[in-house]
Design a protein around this ligand. Structure first.
Ligand SMILES: [Zn+2]
Ligand SMILES: [Zn+2]
Ligand SMILES: [Zn+2]
Ligand SMILES: [Zn+2]
Ligand SMILES: [Zn+2]
Ligand SMILES: [Zn+2]
Length: 231
């Protein structure tokens, strides 16, 4: 075990010049790392990256992913490609409808089932040793930006997005969805509390699928056109 504290204390005199070089370095590296997708900053072993949870801070040359939802740090250059690819994959999965919170980043939502694990020193892996899996020990998770939905599984992200897309289609067609557990409160409805179905918001007409909706919507559109031409 090295005694970091004593060596830091001995260096007190040069700390101001050090932070100046950190700033210069940051500006220089920002220009360097103008790669299309990755946005990384490099910190030399004697530079303070400013990330409280970072295990490489001030003792190992390393990189930080600067995306605000990330906070990933690594010192192996081969991680660049891997990590950028990971972001690209997640971005396409989330499609702008989700926000990811890594284990090292708090989502700041008190209601979140995954939020409670955030805090303190979470990242605790050594350089070169299993960084890929190690960083996800705690719950990295996703928040839906359209509703309160939270999950930790990318498959669920995809499924949830599909659901929203479907709901969007339904409301665009002028219908409202009722699952078997939701009472549509329409006395004459054959599907009431039995199976998933949809009611037209204009006339309460019920359908079971999207295809029926569009033809029904078309009927309403024609009616409207007729009414307008009568005026
Ligand atoms: Zn760091
Ligand atoms: Zn990242
Ligand atoms: Zn959360
Ligand atoms: Zn949602
Ligand atoms: Zn019904
Ligand atoms: Zn209708």
């Amino acid at each position: 075990m090295d005694n970091d504290d004593s060596s830091n204390n001995g260096d007190q005199m040069s700390s101001t010049t050090q932070s100046n070089t950190t700033i210069n370095r940051m500006m220089a590296t920002t220009e360097e790392s103008s790669s299309p997708n990755g946005n990384y900053l490099r910190f030399r072993f004697n530079e303070d990256c400013g990330f409280h949870t970072c295990v490489y801070r001030e003792h190992q040359t390393h990189f930080h992913c600067m995306r605000k939802d990330c906070g990933y740090s690594f010192c192996d250059k081969t991680r660049f490609v891997q990590h950028t690819a990971r972001h690209e994959r997640l971005d396409s999965l989330m499609g702008g409808d989700f926000q990811q919170f890594r284990s090292s980043v708090s989502c700041m939502q008190s209601e979140c089932p995954f939020g409670s694990t955030v805090g303190g020193n979470l990242i605790n892996n050594n350089c070169g040793g299993g960084v890929g899996g190690g960083n996800n020990m705690k719950t990295s998770h996703f928040h839906c930006l359209k509703c309160d939905y939270v999950c930790a599984d990318t498959n669920k992200v995809v499924a949830h997005r599909r659901q929203h897309a479907k709901m969007d289609n339904i409301s665009a067609a002028g219908f409202e969805k009722y699952s078997p557990s939701q009472d549509c409160q329409k006395e004459m409805c054959n599907y009431r509390l039995k199976q998933t179905h949809y009611h037209c918001l204009t006339c309460n007409y019920s359908v079971l699928g999207l295809s029926q909706m569009s033809s029904h919507k078309f009927k309403h559109q024609q009616q409207q056109q007729q009414l307008q031409s009568q005026d």
